[in-house]
Ligand binder design. Structure first.
Ligand SMILES: O=C(CO)COP(=O)(O)O
Ligand SMILES: O=C[C@H](O)COP(=O)(O)O
Ligand SMILES: [Zn+2]
Ligand SMILES: [Zn+2]
Length: 354
């Protein structure tokens, strides 16, 4: 199957009441880990590349690693998504490269650090929607800034994120604004701020409603029922992975992620795409540390990459199962992007705002 539209996958997830983890990939082993996990459980796949990933691997490598995945697993519906585009130009470049889905993160200015105005966000997102839908490409936008509701710290850990302190209202997406935003932009998927942040250090304790506002999901969904909601910063930071890292020489501080049961709750209210990067990082780092500590004589990179790849695969497989993706892949018959362009032009995919 050629690469498919993300809108199509998310529509299927909405119709069937499940969520799809979107995994960040940077290299061969991560792409292989996600694909073999999906293959084992029959899940549809969203592989996403950040600006950092494209810089690390080089755009041609990222693109061709993902194309290689679709060649090796032709039966799996696969989306190549650009994560956190900071300008319409970045999104245009990704579309040119062949990405079937782009995120225009207009919640921040082009520096990826300074919170933007609502009007600026509408303007850049609308621009990307106009450009993308013409060629059948899906658009994700973002409203609200990711940040820690405990401390007010903005989330700068992963290169994308506001810096400094934010007030509560900037860190929680307002349902009224979300409705206005969707009406004005007609985007396909909306990333919302509900207290999650990128990276490993999300919460200093297991989160409760005051610091992770899952209830907001419900309120937002009620206003924009067919816009797919996206949760960024949704790694669960499993304690057992932190323990492995620290047992084998790591020095990670106490920290908590987004509990899987909270994500499962959010899936009931319109969250369809769940972004996960950190959990793969933790799994791979723990596995490499353990392998090298136990095998100090080994020096073939393939030998330590294998357990790293396997550990990443286990995390991916678990999330596919937990979010309800099992067996869904084969039910999706891929629609080519030009057919999606026709659907957008006909108005059949317009958003409903209540
Ligand atoms: O949101 C993400 C990528 O856009 C990743 O989030 P995590 O850091 O929680 O894995
Ligand atoms: O957007 C956040 C992802 O975790 C990507 O992180 P990165 O920019 O370090 O690749
Ligand atoms: Zn953002
Ligand atoms: Zn993100």
């Amino acid at each position: 199957m050629p690469l498919v539209s993300m809108r199509q996958l998310l529509d299927h997830a909405a119709e069937n009441g499940y969520g799809i983890p979107a995994f960040n990939v940077n290299n061969l082993e991560q792409v292989q880990a996600v694909m073999s996990a999906a293959d084992e459980v029959g899940a549809p796949v969203i592989l996403q590349a950040s600006a950092g990933a494209r810089k690390y691997a080089g755009e041609p490598f990222i693109k061709h690693l993902i194309l290689a995945a679709s060649e090796m697993y032709p039966h799996i519906p696969l989306v190549m998504h650009q994560d956190h585009g900071t300008s319409p130009k970045v999104c245009e470049g990704a579309i040119g490269l062949g990405f079937g889905s782009v995120m225009m993160d207009g919640s921040l200015m082009e520096d990826g650090k300074t919170p933007s105005s609502f009007d600026y966000n509408v303007e850049v997102t609308r621009k990307v929607v106009d450009m993308a839908h013409k060629v059948g490409v899906t658009v994700e936008g973002e409203l609200g800034c990711l940040g820690n509701l405990e401390t007010g710290d903005a989330g700068e850990e992963d290169g994308i994120g506001a810096v400094g302190k934010l007030d509560h209202s900037q860190m929680l997406t307002d349902p009224e604004e979300a409705a206005t935003f969707v009406k004005a932009t007609q985007l396909d998927a909306l990333a919302i701020a509900i207290g999650t942040s990128h990276g490993a250090y999300k919460f200093s304790r297991k989160p409760t409603g005051d610091i992770l506002a899952i209830s907001r999901v419900k309120e937002i969904h009620a206003r924009i029922p067919n816009t797919h909601l996206v949760m960024h910063g949704s790694s669960s930071v499993p304690q057992e992975l932190l323990a492995i890292i620290n047992e084998y020489g790591g020095k990670m501080k106490e920290t908590y992620g987004v509990p899987v049961e909270e994500i499962q709750e959010a899936i009931k209210y319109g969250v369809r795409k769940i972004n996960i990067d950190t959990d793969i990082r933790l799994a791979m780092t723990g596995a490499v540390r353990k392998f090298l500590a136990e095998n100090p004589d080994k020096f073939d990179a393939r030998e330590w990459l294998k357990p790293a790849r396997e550990a990443a695969k286990q995390v991916c497989k678990q999330r596919y199962l937990e979010f309800g993706c099992e067996g869904q892949g084969s039910k999706i018959k891929g629609v080519a992007l030009d057919a999606m362009a026709t659907r957008y032009a006909s108005g059949a995919l317009a958003q409903q705002v209540l």
